[in-house]
Structure formats: structure tokens, C-alpha cells
Design a protein around this ligand. Structure first.
Ligand SMILES: N[C@@H](CCC(=O)N[C@@H](CS)C(=O)NCC(=O)O)C(=O)O
Length: 198
């Protein structure tokens, strides 16, 4: 059974919407969106960064709404709502999915804080640093048991993560020994050295 952990109006609308489009049988679990609840060990066990949404499918639990859509399409899409892989249409499909989350919604959080009246720069900086540490703790936990994000083998996910961690390097203090080792490991790769030098 598929479970979507949902809060009305949040990004959990994305997996929910897709499940409805694909007419999948799902359970919708509404969660309390308060910071207090999202900080509980119970919710962090489901969503390590404390965010919404989360998706469960049998033994699998995952976060990131866009990744959920990719997974649901691969697993249950049967070719629906997704262009054929390795085509120009598929390239544009990925482009727009990434743009929607990684670029278009990035300023939304800041805009919400500004709208709430907390316009001082320090509030934005504090909130940004808090969120960065929340996310870094998730990466640290993921890397404690393995050399790379998916286990023993390097994958393209490590290219995405390795670059982003480099941008956050000045936040990498002694709370993050696994990340520091990981960053050094991925940076030793010849392709990484070449890309950074290019
Ligand atoms: N990129 C993530 C973003 C998740 C996210 O930021 N969700 C919001 C709700 S739409 C949230 O949980 N915000 C609370 C917070 O960041 O503390 C995704 O697409 O799932």
C-alpha cells in the first residue's frame, strides 16, 4: 500500500496529485505541520529533515517530492505522464521538473518570511543556516554507514551532492566528520578534479 504523508497546500500535493492521475490506491496520512511535531523522533524517522512530504511504499520510505514523482512513474506509470526515456522530450521533462523545485520555488520560503513581517536580514540568515544544518544532519547520517550515498558505489547522485556540499563547506564543522571524509573522497576523483578546473 502506498502512503502519502500530507499537509494541505504543501508539496505533498505533488505525489498526491500524481497518485490520483494514475488512479493508484493510496492511504493519505495527514500530519501536524507544527515545528514541534516535525522535530519529533517519530516524524524524523519518516522524514529525516523534518519536512513534508514523505512517501511510503511497503518497506520503502522516501523524501523529496520530485523524487517521489520519478519513483511513482517508474514503478507504476506504465509509460503514462512521462516521455520515453533518452528522448529530447524526456530531457525537457527533467528540465522542467528540476526547474520547478530547484529554481522556481527557491525564493518562496524567503518571500513567506518577508510577508510575515520578519524582514530583518538576520532573520533570513538565521533561518537559512538552521535549514542548512537540518539538511546537513540528514546527509551526515546517510554517509555514516557508507562511502557513497547509495552504498559502496559512486553514482551520479554523488555528483549532485558533492557539488552542493562544496557550496556549504564553511558550515562543515566537527558535527560532520562523515561529510568531510566523503567530500575529500569524491573530490579525489579525476573527473571531479577536471570539472572543477575547467
Ligand atoms: N525539496 C523538498 C522541499 C520540502 C519542503 O521544504 N517542504 C515544506 C512544505 S511544502 C516544509 O516541510 N517546510 C518546513 C521547513 O522547511 O521547515 C521537496 O520537494 O520535498
Amino acid at each position: 500500500m502506498l502512503t502519502v504523508f500530507h499537509v494541505r497546500g504543501t508539496r505533498s500535493v505533488r505525489p498526491l496529485w500524481l497518485c490520483y492521475e494514475l488512479e493508484l490506491e493510496i492511504e493519505v496520512v495527514s500530519i501536524d505541520f507544527s515545528r514541534a511535531y516535525r522535530d519529533t523522533p517519530q516524524w524524523r524517522a519518516i522524514s529525516p529533515a523534518g519536512k513534508v512530504p514523505a512517501l511510503r511504499d511497503g518497506d520503502l520510505t522516501m523524501f523529496e517530492s520530485g523524487a517521489m514523482l520519478s519513483y511513482l512513474l517508474e514503478r507504476y506509470g506504465n509509460g503514462r505522464l512521462h516521455p520515453k526515456p533518452a528522448t529530447a522530450a524526456s530531457a525537457h521533462f527533467h528540465q522542467w521538473c528540476w526547474f520547478a523545485e530547484a529554481t522556481l520555488t527557491r525564493p518562496v520560503g524567503l518571500h513567506r518570511i518577508l510577508r510575515a513581517g520578519n524582514a530583518e536580514a538576520s532573520v533570513l540568515v538565521d533561518e537559512g543556516v538552521r535549514k542548512a544544518h537540518d539538511a546537513l544532519a540528514v546527509v551526515e547520517a546517510a554517509l555514516e554507514a557508507s562511502d557513497y550515498l547509495l552504498g559502496a558505489d559512486f553514482s551520479a547522485a554523488d555528483i549532485m551532492m558533492g557539488y552542493s556540499l562544496g557550496l556549504l563547506e564553511r558550515l562543515l564543522d566537527d558535527r560532520y566528520p562523515a561529510i568531510q571524509t566523503y567530500l575529500a573522497r569524491v573530490r579525489e576523483r579525476d573527473a571531479c578534479v577536471r570539472a572543477m578546473a575547467a
